[in-house]
Structure formats: structure tokens, C-alpha cells
Design a protein around this ligand. Sequence first.
Ligand code: NDP
Length: 444
Amino acid sequence: MNAQKVLADLQRRFPNEPEYHQAVEEVLSTIEEEYNKHPEFDKANLIERLCIPDRVFQFRVNWMDDAGNIRTNMGYRIQHNNAIGPYKGGLRFHASVNLSILKFLAFEQTFKNSLTTLPMGGAKGGSDFSPRGKSNAEVMRFCQSFMLELWRHIGPDTDVPAGDIGVGGREIGYLFGTYKKLTHEFSGILTGKGLEYGGSLIRPEATGYGNIYFLTEMLKTKGMDLKGKTCLVSGSGNVAQYTMEKVLELGGKVVTCSDSDGYIYDPDGIDREKLDYIMELKNLYRGRIREYAEKYGCKYVAGARPWGEKGDIALPSATQNEIDEYDAKKLIANGVIAVSEGANMPSTPEAIRVFQQAKILYAPGKAANAGGVSVSGLEMTQNSIRLSWTAQEVDEKLKGIMKSIHEACVKYGTEADGYVNYVKGANVAGFMKVAKAMMAQGTI
Ligand code: NDP
């Protein structure tokens, strides 16, 4: 494989998709060496077949707002690769959603799902509809219209979507209800469902908890743990909330969190009571993080990210490309020892280089945040066997999966000087399983 040539071809065929190119470039640069040990892969043109999605659905979604106006948004589903299981990946509802972002996420999801040890292919979807500022009734009407198109492309053994940015329990409920009505079938078509209708315990917590389990494994390699460590968290949504919860439980301190308008810095630490307030503010009242600073009298910085504050560990949990080279240098200068990504691709390639050159512990999202989709996979299993496991059972399985992902990263990512390159480890481990399955299944 000539990684530069493959990338140049993709850029020519799919121009104006920078996030997709960025994700492909990161993977190709780390798997090239391993790939080239297998001439049979190149003969089967495996790399192009793995980079280009199996198919892309794109559709218009009409819905009526509360004032009676007909509004139009775009809907998408990218079915990237199903070599090792049904397509699986979240739906994102956010104004910034476009084909490039969803193609990057579906591509990454394929490797992440492969790492989980569960049989799941990679997919992603969503819309440029943003639930922010919309009434409950508007969100419901949008979800119903979106599913009117999506339902024909998905199925419990074909493609099983889940939540992501802007798609939480409320949205999943409306989407599920519509699918059920259209198909006259009660099946495990979505994950992240409510507990009353087939959801799994620990699914809401899974991404944040899983990230901290992964971080704990990384710290262990240095003989350290979370006790007394100060953590910088970004975001204040699903992933950020349960990341903070697990940090608190394990004796760490969280001093920042954010939303798309700015961040708060609380030097006393976000304790249990303050975290409950954030959960209520964000999940119930859909308020702004600025209100936290007003309530607890701490610093709020509008239009900025928290990476200039002092801390031992950074846990980006908001969105892609939220840590650039400048931020990464500030983190290193302030003595950060570990960065573990709850969000997908939150660090730019330049930022990753800064972390790796400083030889700190750095875990890419596709390894560290794989707990979410892992418990989604466990939700599918429970739906198939029509049983529900206890929270403790699911949590134990989640811990086991995160530990095995960590082991795979160490196995494939340890360099000559002993430094673990988690990016390379995750990419190579994820890639090899998918590649072998594709080879076994012929040129389809
Ligand atoms: P939520 O919608 O629950 O929360 C997202 C948070 O990030 C909010 O605080 C939001 O602020 C903030 N945010 C969103 N977009 C931007 C932006 N462009 N700039 C700054 N802040 C932003 O989403 P999740 O917590 O589910 O997802 C967060 C990240 O984790 C995403 O990268 C997602 O892909 C990834 N992820 C999520 C998984 C899951 O299980 N939910 C699984 C694996 C990865 P505001 O409130 O202002 O919108």
C-alpha cells in the first residue's frame, strides 16, 4: 500500500470532505507497515474497499414547527462496513452535521467496533437538525419524519443505530416508537432505549465509565491511579457527565466542564451535589453551563475551551477537533500526564503529535470511548435472548471489554523504547480483524 496515493485518490474522488480525509490519513499512516506484511491484502485491493463506505443514504426530512411552518433538514445513514457483524453506530443531530463528518465517524466506528470483541460492523448517521432551542413536540415531529425515511434501511440484523450528540433517551424513544408503528414489529432496532422497553442498564453511563476504566488501565502501566488527580473535562452532555461521575467515584477531582458556548473552572472541584445540578440543568432544563458559574460563583469563560487550565489529566468529551496543537502544548506545559478521549477525534493530528512526542499516556477515542458501543452490543444481545442483565453484570462485562481493548493496544502499539503508541495499537488491532473477515468473504 502506498498510503499517500490512497489518500490522494480519496481526496480527488470525494473533495470537500476534510474530516473524512483526516480520519483515513490517521489510520493509514499507522497500519501501513502491518498491511504491507500481507501482500494478499493489496492483491484484493483491501484498503480501498475498507476506506470507502459500503453505501451512503441521503434524504430530505420535512417537519412542521410549532408555528406551522414546514422546515427542511438533511438526513443521512452511512453503512461503512459489515464484515464482522450488522452495521452499528450512532445518530448525530447537530447543525454542523454533514457528509464528511458522518463518513469520518462511520470509518472510525468500524475499527472501534472491531476492538470491542463483539460482532458489530461500522455505521453512522444523523441530521443537520439541532434539538437545541426546539420544543419537545418539534423534536418528536422531526424524529418521526426522520424515521419515515430511515426505517427501510435498518433492521435488527442489518443495521442498528444508537444515540450520539443531540440524540439521547428522548430522541431514541420517538425514533423507536415510529419504527415500531411503521413495521408493526417490536424488535431491538435501536440501542440506548429506555429500561422499560428493552434498554440496557449502564448504557447511559457506558461511554464515560468505559473511558475511565481505560484510563485506569493506562495509569496502571505507570504504577499510578486516579486518586488525588485533577481532571480537565470538556462537554457537559452524556459522555462528560458519566466521565465526571466515575472520576469522583475513583477519588479524582474534576475542575472544568463546558458546552458549545464556553467553559467553567471550579477550583474546589465538581462534587456529587454539583454534578447532580449539571445533570438536571442539561438533561431536564436543557440550560447553559454558564448557569453553573452563576450558581456556584466560579469562573466562566465564554467562547473558549478549558485546555489552558492546570490539571493532571485531560478528558475531552465534547466534539471533534476540540484540542489543537496550541492547546496540546499548553496541556503539556501545565504537566498533563494523560489524555483519554471520550469524544470522537477531539485531538487534531498536530495535537496528537505533541502528546506522543512528549511521551505522555494518550488514548484515541476509538479505543477509550468504545465502552458506549460495547454496551450497545450487550443491549442487542439482551434483546435477542429476551433477558435483562443486572447493572453489576453489565458493568463487569464493560470493565472486561475495556481491559481487553487496552491489552490489544499494548500488544500492537508498543514501540522499541517501550512507549505504547495507543493510536497505532488500536488501529492495527481493529484493522486486522476486519481485514481477515473481508478476505475470508471474497471480493463482495
Ligand atoms: P451530547 O449531545 O450529550 O453532549 C455533547 C456536549 O458537547 C455538549 O455539552 C455540547 O454542548 C458539546 N458540544 C457539542 N458540539 C460542540 C461543538 N461543536 N463545540 C463545542 N462543544 C460542543 O453528546 P455526547 O456526550 O453523547 O457525545 C460527546 C462526544 O462523545 C461526541 O464526540 C460523540 O461522538 C462521542 N461519543 C459518544 C458516545 C455516546 O455513547 N453518547 C459514544 C462514543 C463517542 P451544547 O450543550 O452547547 O450543545
